[in-house]
Design a protein around this ligand. Sequence first.
Ligand code: NAD
Ligand code: TDX
Length: 339
Amino acid sequence: MTILVTGGAGFIGSNFIFHMLAKYPDYRIVCLDKLTYAGNLSTLASVMDNPSFRFVKLDICDRQGVYRLFEEEHPNMVVNFAAESHVDRSIENPEVFLQTNILGTQVLMDACRKYGIDRFHQVSTDEVYGDLPLDQPDLFFTEDTPIHTSSPYSASKAGADLLVLAYHRTFGLPVTISRCSNNYGPYQFPEKLIPLMIANALNDKPLPVYGQGLNVRDWLYVEDHCIAIDLILHRGRVGQVYNIGGHNEMRNIDIVKIICAALGKSESLITHVTDRKGHDMRYAIDPAKIHNQLGWLPETKFADGIRKTIRWYLDNREWWEEIISGEYRNYYERMYGGR
Ligand code: NAD
Ligand code: TDX
């Protein structure tokens, strides 16, 4: 079994590679990653010498390169994590989101059609469903909720999802799609809420909460997402969409306060800044389908997951300090300076 994992030098893809190599020592895992600002080879250092693992620096939009890799490796499955993943960056510059998230997905699926594949799995997001109101807590996203996107990021992910389903119906490509809620855990790039707040708090910098901080996200520990994808690959039904989420809705402001308390930092660091344009109010996944059909349930409670995550950022300062001392400084200034 050879699995091609795209975007494996990023947050969730790297955690997925660690999970698969540990669980299936006889599988070959090939990681394809362009190493954009979000991809970090040092994240994969612990598996680089593993004979079951190969890393290839490649853009999923590079058709010739992708075809060449398929000729070399003949993967049985592709798991597509490669994407531009940050909503704020998509508001600043949408184009690369359309290129990578939609056209890159198309190139990968064309390669799957050309060389044959047992499964193409698209890693998608709950953001394709748009948002839910705060005053109707009984509403959740199901797999039948209409696509209704808010940001260029979510629109590009929705475009990719539709294309994946079209390749299934038109060409019979054996696809599955998972739509997961917000992940947190080790190796998350410090532009995202939880690692950004941990890094800023540790450096006694302001903690920039968008608007009032009342927006709700449904947080899932990254390992639970990886376990769910593993299940879908092995037992999921072709042509199906699976929502993944652990019924763990929290307001942004409460997350930031938990981080302050855990690090012994004053809440006076919290600074309310101008809201994100088009900011989604609430995400909440109904995970009944993956639970009923595949038996998946999240294993890590938020209290344990956030403790492990904070511990990881404390123990791996060099990983994120190297990031925030580089090009990230310009990003931070553009995004937060004078906000
Ligand atoms: P990330 O930004 O941490 O990692 C993305 C990876 O993709 C990076 O290693 C980057 O170098 C690589 N990449 C980007 N463009 C590429 C290209 N053109 N060719 C090859 N590689 C490229 O993202 P993440 O948070 O790990 O998210 C992974 C996937 O999961 C994405 O598809 C995202 O939409 C989805 N997702 C993320 C979350 C979340 O909370 N982070 C939740 C649900 C779904
Ligand atoms: O500095 C910040 N201040 C703040 O208040 C940042 C970076 C975020 N926020 C808010 C915006 C959101 O309401 O926190 C919430 C979470 O923000 P992000 O970490 O940027 O995540 P989100 O926009 O919810 O999208 C994430 O979950 C779904 C991932 O980035 C996506 O890739 C995934 O598809």
